[in-house]
Write a protein that binds this ligand. Structure first.
Ligand SMILES: C[S@@+](CC[C@H](N)C(=O)[O-])C[C@H]1O[C@@H](n2cnc3c(N)ncnc32)[C@H](O)[C@@H]1O
Length: 209
């Protein structure tokens, strides 16, 4: 999701109390930003933030960090947060390719929502569930590695199941049609709202190792 440039986006982002500009200083000690030792959950590719904002509001005893690489998208989340006070939420502008150099054994759960599918085989390493990324995630988890993914892309879903399985992850929950299953407490993302309104099936998987 890449929007047209938003005037002053960089400035708006840098000044937001939710943004961790100096994230390099917190490797291994992100808990100190929250003044507690509650679990830390991350969403990679958080887009305009509906999911992570909703999760943070519904789960005050979990700390949430959203990661997004594009200013033009991140600024929309920052604007939504302007009138809100959510102490258990922070955002970082970064590329998830660097996730293992930013976090160190301190994350308890990772969310991947409607990640870019990178359909061409030659781009498969860029998928956020490729071997390359699963390897990087090993360095960020505190104890157990837990990943929860939603997508409407059947091919990405199948690829991810294989990739998780080959990497030693165990499936805890799987839904081949989230909206037909009785799944309680689902928080929608922006893309999810769009896809559901078009009638697309939504897949969800939760895995751990
Ligand atoms: C298809 S959008 C989905 C956005 C949101 N999760 C949703 O469901 O509405 C994918 C998002 O992931 C971001 N993204 C893709 N690759 C990324 C990466 N390597 N690091 C950080 N963000 C990334 C994109 O900029 C985009 O905002």
């Amino acid at each position: 999701m890449r929007l047209r440039n938003v005037r002053g986006a960089n400035d708006i982002i840098e000044k937001s109390k939710y943004i961790i500009n100096d994230y390099d200083n917190y490797k291994g000690k992100f808990y100190s930003l929250f003044d507690n030792n509650n679990p830390i959950h991350i969403e990679v590719g958080m887009g305009k933030g509906d999911f992570i904002i909703g999760m943070a509001l519904s789960n005050p005893n979990i700390n949430f960090i959203g990661i997004e690489k594009f200013d033009s998208v991140l600024v929309r989340a920052v604007q939504k947060l302007e009138s809100l006070d959510i102490p258990n939420l922070r955002l970082i502008r970064m590329d998830a390719l660097n996730i293992d150099s930013v976090f160190s054994h301190e994350v308890d759960c990772l969310y991947l929502n409607f990640s870019d599918p990178w359909p061409k085989e030659r781009h498969s390493k860029r998928r956020l569930t490729s071997n390359l990324f699963l390897y990087k995630y090993d360095f960020i988890f505190r104890n157990e590695c837990k990943v929860i993914m939603k997508t409407d892309n059947r091919k990405l879903f199948e690829f991810s199941i294989m990739s998780f399985n080959n990497y030693g992850y165990i499936i805890d929950e799987i839904s081949l049609d989230l909206y037909s299953d009785d799944y309680e407490g689902n928080i929608q993302t922006e893309y999810e709202k769009k896809f559901v309104s078009k009638g697309n099936v939504i897949y969800r998987i939760s895995v751990h190792k």
